[in-house]
Design a protein around this ligand. Structure first.
Ligand SMILES: N[C@@H](CCC(=O)N[C@@H](CS)C(=O)NCC(=O)O)C(=O)O
Length: 211
């Protein structure tokens, strides 16, 4: 059976959990803290990041976007990327923005873990601009719509909904719901799907000193 190395708050791992569930692919969930020395991720991914999908033949697939591409190729039904070529490309564009927001948030998260006198406010501001711009883009694409692309749940929804809930958990002070009420409604609707309801992010205790 496939195994997924995941972390409870990880938006990247959640994308994979959602797609595995949507495609009804059985898998074992292995929960780790990727920032602690106890993690097995360096054994499978030279970049030392999760999610990592472990295959029956001993192989490993890593990098969330590539894992989703791999799953789409190996388990095409039901498809997560549908429609004409422009719709399929657009779904991937939305995922790029969603992942980019998460990357900026991870940088802010760790910057804020430094002692206050070592934190760089210009660096935090730069990342927060990406968050603001990225959320404006997602709100423009998802706000007021049932699904971001076409009329069925797919990759762009996985990516968009994952960012929204991650913000609620890790950055509860960021007022994205007030800034983008349409996106807020969209997120609440998406979270009712079983694949999302069964993978709600939860903060994790990190024991090691990372920065
Ligand atoms: N671009 C990667 C990002 C994955 C990522 O940043 N994962 C975090 C957990 S949420 C991690 O494992 N970080 C450990 C590290 O960077 O050393 C993906 O999409 O899979």
């Amino acid at each position: 059976m496939l195994k997924l190395i995941s972390a409870t708050p990880s938006p990247y791992a959640r994308k994979v959990r959602i797609v595995l569930a949507e495609k009804n692919i059985p898998f074992e969930l292995v929960t780790e803290v990727p920032w602690d020395a106890t993690t097995a991720t360096p054994k499978y991914n030279p970049l030392e990041k999760l999610p990592v999908l472990l295959l029956d033949d001993g192989g490993a697939v890593y990098e969330s976007r590539f894992i989703l591409e791999w799953l789409e190729a190996k388990y095409p039904t039901p498809p997560m990327v549908r429609g004409d070529i422009d719709q399929r490309l657009f779904a991937r564009q939305v995922e790029v923005v969603a992942d980019g927001i998460c990357d900026a948030l991870v940088l802010v998260f760790w910057e804020r873990h430094r002692p206050p006198e070592q934190q760089s406010q210009p660096w935090i501001d730069r990342q927060m601009r990406k968050l603001d711009g990225g959320m404006r883009a997602l709100a423009g694409w998802a706000g007021g719509r049932n699904y971001v692309v076409g009329d069925q749940f797919g990759l762009a929804d996985v990516a968009t909904a994952t960012v929204c809930r991650y913000l609620d958990v890790r950055f509860p002070d960021y007022p994205w719901r007030q800034m983008h009420p349409g996106l807020s409604d969209y997120s609440d609707r998406m979270e009712k799907r079983p694949s999302l309801a069964n993978s709600v992010p939860v903060p994790q205790m990190i024991s090691d000193k990372v920065v």
